[in-house]
Design a binder for this molecule. Structure first.
Ligand code: 4EZ
Length: 233
């Protein structure tokens, strides 16, 4: 069993590498991949760099080059739902691309022919996350994540994304990772901890809470790995 754990930024995977202690570093396609064995399973860990293109490259590489059979994403996000506060965890039920727009041809936002507005995450992993949440006594919201190549720091844009995609949180990689995993038949799980409210204060809030929120997300994802290990032995 080989599990991929990915983030977009160094801060998002640092707590995971720290927990593992030792790992092997391999360079591939202008990025670094960290391989380790953990409780009898294999892990491949990487941060992609920010955005849909880099995250597509990394997810594909982890699956096609490193042979990952399951992918877990850990990182931070901007809140869309007013229920979500800094530090809260969101599990993606499904994901969309909020900046994909061929509406000039009568198609809905986020849709291209032979694609879909939403990609569904793996139900079994979502169920597993509910067990982890109970055990950790954490409140985790299952919701829709909207992805685009923009750091949203604008109430109007945020509300548009919320209304158009029924999104609860937004970020810049989940939707593309979802497309890759869905196409390659690899079960995936996208977890995000809130770092900001995607409003005019977003950049300040992001800078202040990136590290602490990234740790929240990483700790939860490692508990997911533990659960998966326990179920496979
Ligand atoms: C992208 N990530 C942010 C990267 C920001 C600055 C150097 C998550 C995220 C986010 N994305 C947190 N808050 C966000 C927001 N308001 N809009 C978009 O995945 C890099």
């Amino acid at each position: 069993m080989k599990i991929a754990i990915m983030g977009a930024m160094p801060e998002e995977i640092a707590p995971i590498l720290e927990k593992l202690g030792s790992y092997k570093t391999t360079e591939f396609a202008k990025n670094k991949y960290y391989e380790a064995s953990y409780r009898g399973i294999e892990l491949v860990i990487a941060y992609s760099k920010i955005g849909k293109v880099f995250s597509t490259l990394t997810a594909t590489t982890m699956i096609e080059h490193f042979g990952a059979e399951l992918l877990l994403f850990s990182g931070v996000a901007g809140a869309v739902s007013p229920e979500l506060k800094v530090g809260d965890l969101v599990v993606a039920s499904k994901l969309s691309q909020h900046d994909l727009d061929i509406t000039a041809f009568g198609h809905p936002f986020g849709y291209v022919p032979e694609g879909a507005v939403y990609v569904q995450a793996d139900m079994k992993l979502i169920e597993l996350s509910k067990e982890v949440a109970l055990e950790m006594d954490k409140n985790v919201k299952e919701g829709i994540i909207a992805t685009g190549d923009q750091f949203v720091a604008n109430e109007e844009r945020k509300n548009w994304i919320g209304n158009t995609f029924n999104a609860d949180a937004l970020e810049m990689e989940g939707g593309s990772v979802a497309v890759v995993c869905d196409a390659l038949n690899v079960p995936f799980f996208i977890l995000r901890a809130i770092s900001d409210a995607a409003d005019m204060d977003a950049s300040f809030s992001f800078d202040e809470f990136l590290e602490t929120s990234a740790v929240e997300s990483a700790e939860f994802v490692m508990k997911m790995v533990d659960k998966i290990v326990n179920k496979t032995i």
